[in-house]
Design a protein around this ligand. Structure first.
Ligand SMILES: *Cc1c(COP(=O)(O)O)cnc(C)c1O
Length: 395
């Protein structure tokens, strides 16, 4: 028996649900890449990507996923043999750092762990100890999609300044851009990167990087620059060069529509919607947790992010059975645990084009699975989410 016919719901942290308006915007013939409306479209997108990053600096749009944007960010400001400091709080900053290592960069990891946020005081102390200024950049993820943590980028920026250190602050905002505030200039972020397929509600295939003037100064002497990623090549007036080749026009049509949706709703409203839906998820898990078999990965409530919640199953219970039930019986696809959480937990994404029925439906299906698989849990998780959300959203 299954009740999965109907639209499958992706509750994985990327790619996320693409709005029908975005899909429709892409369904059209190709257009000229040398003249006509595409040129103005590029200008509007570069301006608006800088706007969502909240920077007066420059934005760059690549045909790539997040991994490509990682490489774009690194190659434009680093040289072989440079040293960087990677702030651990899950998997993703480490992954970015691994890429840098493979490009000949020396990587030091500021030890953290899978269950908590980066501690800004530790960043400050490490940078203060770097008397000779050998550390050229600090890498951190705003939200780590494996652990479900949110790092306080404002406080980390403050820590870098308090240490009086020259290192560039480089932030991965793939799982957070368009879902929560990102104040690149106000927080002292020099380079930020993201991708199209999470909070930006566009199919996978676009990578975004933003750089301030300081980063663009450092760029001039960067030894790792390559033709495809190079900022300088993309900054000229020739449209074709802004993409180092043929522009990904259909993805650009989609992105324009997605940005229009975000601005129409209002970014503050978008962020509040994410916060409310995330808290609804947390209320449900809090109720289920009373059975002791299920709980949050991130220990400190204030460090749980608003786009993905990482849930642990205790006592050696197999999260894959739960994911399989949700998918095969009910058409809800949950994220699996990654890194050291593989086989130990699952992830509920609540990022991008999501609303109350999507999130409440997902929670109800998980509760069905907990019952069906006889996983001990406190009753009424979905009800707790409904009660809380209802109180926040009065008539
Ligand atoms: C998804 C993700 C990435 C990687 O993006 P891809 O598009 O899969 O290459 C990097 N960092 C974070 C925080 C992510 O969530």
């Amino acid at each position: 028996m299954s009740v999965r016919a109907g639209r499958e719901f992706l509750a994985i942290p990327g790619p996320t649900t693409v709005p029908d308006e975005v899909l429709r915007a892409m369904h059209r013939p190709a257009v000229d890449i040398y003249a006509g409306p595409l040129l103005a479209l590029t200008d509007s997108l570069l301006r608006d990507i800088a706007r969502v990053f909240n920077t007066k600096g420059r934005a760059y749009i690549y045909i790539s996923n997040g991994h490509g944007a990682w490489e774009a960010a690194l190659t434009n400001v680093l040289s072989r043999g440079d040293k960087i400091l990677v702030l651990e709080s899950g998997r993703f900053a480490l992954g970015w750092g691994d890429n840098a290592r493979r490009m000949g960069v020396e990587v030091e990891v500021l030890k953290g762990d899978m269950r908590r946020a980066v501690r800004p005081a530790e960043v400050e102390a490490r940078l203060k100890a770097d008397k000779g200024g050998t550390i050229k950049a600090v890498l951190v993820a705003q939200i780590d999609t494996a652990s479900g943590v949110v790092n306080d980028i404002a406080a980390i920026g403050q820590a870098v300044r308090a240490a009086g250190h020259e290192a560039l602050l480089m932030v991965d905002a793939v799982a957070s851009l368009g879902c929560m505030p990102f104040e690149m200039d106000a927080w002292g972020v020099d380079v930020a990167m993201s991708g199209s397929q999470k909070g930006m509600m566009t199919p996978p295939g676009l990578g975004f990087v933003a750089a301030n003037d300081r980063a663009r100064q450092v760029h001039k002497k960067a030894g790792l620059r390559t033709p495809y990623w190079d900022w300088t090549d993309r900054e000229g007036d020739i449209h074709y060069q802004k993409y180092a080749g043929t522009p990904p026009e259909h993805l650009l049509f989609g992105l324009r529509q997605a940005l229009d949706l975000l601005f129409e709703e209002g970014l503050d409203n978008v962020f509040l919607r994410h916060r409310l839906l995330a808290e609804a998820v947390r209320r449900a898990i809090g109720a289920w947790g009373e059975g002791q078999a299920i709980g949050f990965n991130i220990i400190e409530p204030a460090e749980r992010c608003d786009t993905v919640t990482t849930v642990l199953l205790n006592g050696g219970r197999d999260p894959e059975a739960l994911r399989k039930y949700c998918n095969q019986k009910c058409g809800v696809v949950l994220g699996h645990g990654i890194g050291e959480l593989a086989g130990k937990g699952f992830r509920i994404a609540h990022m991008g084009h999501v609303n109350a029925p999507m999130v409440l439906g997902t929670l109800s299906v998980i509760e069905m699975a907990l019952n069906a698989l006889a996983i001990p849990h406190g009753k009424g998780g979905a009800q707790a989410a409904i009660d809380w959300l209802g109180a926040q959203v009065p008539a």
